[in-house]
Ligand binder design. Structure first.
Ligand code: ZN
Ligand code: ZN
Length: 315
């Protein structure tokens, strides 16, 4: 493989990025004190270890002087910033390391089923979290741990741990069946962007299906429309599961819309609102509680019993 120095290699204190111009890929070799050999390898084209990584690494071994590795680096050497891709890759590897190395145990809510809820407990810290296994791809499953909500990866060490165990426990045929919800569910799909989603099982009543058809298989854009449709469905005694984080998402979105309209209203007719923008906090425009905007009783009967975000698990 052709690598031209110095054009195809960028080196900084914590990162070497090598371009393979003929292959159109780049390889990053980065320092990471949390990995076994203080090093991470990342190829922009392949998963795991590949010939591109091999080529880049052999460059390091052969061309130490040309790369400036054999003499001390210059004083004003600013560290290279990781690209989003490199950062995400490193964070995924860190979590998969921890999923393999940390002592965790799991308990299934229904051992006969693959797609069910699991309690994952760290044997050392005693902390437990609930994992809802819904698929193998990132963003499909859910975990109640704080890392999952924040990391925007759509996965965490608990999901990786449970996925690994279940891949070994269930035969390929079962592993290939997609998760089918028993009831209509409103949930948040986690990734770089959080998306509100609706899933409607095949055997749903046609009227309910029809009412919700414009919300399925894509992120919900019209949150108000969805809340209206959901309350109409529940009024017709349809069973709809709204996960607590989805409910929170909806509450915040409705709150945002309400505030935006109020601001527009005040701008249009300031005389009608003598208190001006203070109105937003005043009792004439109660916006302090997002729950009051929900057309259904918050976290009421719509909650599945195995799902408990409101009460944090043992911390
Ligand atoms: Zn590669
Ligand atoms: Zn987790």
């Amino acid at each position: 493989m052709q690598i031209n120095l110095p054009a195809d290699a960028e080196l900084a204190g914590n990162l070497l990025r090598v371009r393979l111009p003929n292959e159109g890929v780049y390889v990053s070799i980065m320092e990471d004190d949390r990995s076994a050999h203080n090093m991470r390898f990342f190829c922009s084209a392949c998963e795991g270890v590949c010939e591109h990584i091999g080529a880049a690494f052999s460059l390091v071994l052969k061309e130490k002087t040309a790369l400036g590795l054999a003499s001390p680096p210059p004083e004003n050497d600013e560290p290279l910033l990781l690209t989003d891709e490199e950062l995400e890759h490193r964070e995924l590897l860190r979590r998969s390391d921890r999923a393999k190395m940390e002592r965790m145990r799991h308990a299934s809510a229904d051992p006969k089923k693959l797609w069910t809820d699991y309690t994952v407990t760290n044997r050392e810290s005693g902390k437990s979290y609930r994992v809802a296994l819904r698929g193998w791809e990132r963003g499909e499953s859910y975990c109640t741990c704080p890392d999952f909500r924040k990391n925007t990866l759509g996965t965490c060490k608990h999901i990786m741990f449970v996925s690994g165990k279940m891949k070994a426990a269930f035969p390929p045929k079962v592993r290939a069946t997609p998760f089918r919800p028993q009831a209509v569910t409103v949930f948040v799909k986690y990734g770089r962007e959080c998306e509100l989603r609706v899933q409607v099982p095949l055997r749903t009543h046609p009227a309910i299906k029809h009412k919700l058809s414009r919300f399925v298989e894509k992120p919900v854009a019209d949150v108000e429309g969805l809340t209206r449709a959901v309350s109409q469905c529940t009024a017709n005694s349809a069973d709809i599961v709204i996960y607590p984080d989805a409910e929170q998402y909806i509450g915040l979105e409705l709150h945002r819309l309400k505030v935006r309209r109020l601001v527009e209203d005040i701008r249009r007719a300031p005389d009608k609102h003598p208190c001006g923008l203070r109105c937003l906090r005043a009792s004439c425009c109660p916006t302090s509680s997002t729950a009051s905007l929900l057309p259904w009783a918050p976290a009421a009967r719509s909650l599945p019993t195995t799902w408990d975000l409101a009460r944090p698990s043992r911390e």
